[in-house]
Design a protein around this ligand. Structure first.
Ligand code: CUA
Length: 343
């Protein structure tokens, strides 16, 4: 580019005019909006994500310093060196090519390594432990027993704010990776092993988690919600999740439950308090209370539940969930009403 400017400044200037300051400002603003939101490492809401964000900005600063130093030295070399002879620029190569990068990169390496112990340290004894297993393509979430009852749910994790939580991550099929960019770094979920990740959320809110390791056809359709709540609100939610499923209250929902039992849905799904005790698919005991269905890709409503029951493979290619489009619409409707009532 610099050499080209020497030879054809007019042509280059014309080509560059599309990058006028207003255009650059608009493009930069559009790009920077992608840096915020509930799935961004650059807008941290957790102690671990804050460390990672700081490291990112220090590394960006280091890269900018190296870039500017190299540009300045290149300019000096082009502008002044020819008059002093071809071999007079040895010091430029040593300073710009070796000394500056070595000093800056060594500093960044030392800083990055100094953050590691804090990022991999286990939480204090007695901290909440939540197991998450990667499935194809959803997340099985297990809380410790509450009132003598196991709490299992899917694709949604709720945790108290300002308390470290340890996640025990596993997979029984292929490698997945658990990643909530706003809260912490990512961790692989490896068949036959349990990996651990500590998250300390620093503010309440709802954050999006994703699978960060290619795991098959619907890898990109494997998301989840992490809701950070105040401690008392979290306790109330946890108590609710530990209870058995509520009884259907409308005639339509009662019919839906009969259809759920009659069509063998309980072979794959559990609904605590009923005869459905399958373990292949997600536990549906409180499915109506979840923010999303189908692992973070559909909002939770009667309409999306009907679509999911009828054509799961159109929504999530390769999903193990069987399609029930052969059922009359009225029956699908009754099933959806029953499931939505499971708050
Ligand atoms: Cu699971 Cu990608």
């Amino acid at each position: 580019m610099i050499l080209a400017l020497h030879t054809q400044p007019g042509a280059i200037a014309r080509r560059c005019c599309i990058w006028s300051p207003p255009t650059v400002a608009v493009c930069a603003a559009a790009l920077l909006t992608g840096c915020s939101g509930r799935q961004s490492s650059l807008e941290p809401a957790g102690a671990q994500a804050e460390q990672i964000s700081k490291l990112f900005w220090w590394m960006t600063g280091g890269a900018v310093v190296i870039w500017i130093a190299v540009l300045v030295l290149a300019f000096v070399a082009i502008r002044f060196q020819p008059a002093r002879g071809e071999n007079a620029g040895g010091w430029l190569i040593v300073v710009g090519g070796a000394v500056i990068p070595t000093v800056i990169l060594t500093g960044l390496l030392a800083y990055g390594l100094s953050l590691l112990p804090g990022l991999v340290a286990p939480p204090p004894a007695g901290s909440l432990k939540i197991s998450v297993a990667g499935e194809q393509w959803w997340w099985r979430v297990r809380y410790p027993e509450r009132g003598g009852r196991t709490v299992e749910l899917a694709n949604e994790i709720r945790i108290p704010v300002n308390e470290p939580v340890e996640f025990e991550l596993s997979s029984s099929n292929v490698i997945h990776a658990f990643w909530v960019p706003s809260l912490a770094g990512k961790r692989d979920m490896i068949p036959g092993r349990v990996t651990r990740l500590t998250i300390t959320p620093t503010r309440t809110g709802s954050f999006r988690g994703v699978c960060a390791e290619y795991c098959g056809a619907s890898h990109a359709l494997m998301a989840f919600e992490v809701v950070v709540m105040e401690r008392d609100e979290f306790d109330r939610w946890w108590d609710g999740q530990a209870r058995d499923a509520t009884e259907p209250t409308t005639e339509l929902a009662v019919r839906g439950r009969a259809l759920f039992e009659g069509n063998g849905c309980g072979a794959c799904h559990s609904i605590r308090g009923t005869s459905a005790d399958g373990v292949i698919g997600p536990d549906l005991t409180h499915v109506g209370s979840r923010l999303t269905i189908a692992a973070g890709i559909l909002t939770n409503s009667i309409e999306t539940t009907q679509r999911w029951i009828s054509h799961p493979n159109q929504i999530k290619p390769g999903a193990l969930m069987l399609a029930f489009h052969m059922l009359p619409e009225a029956q699908i409707d009754a099933l959806a009403h029953y499931l939505q009532g499971l708050k």
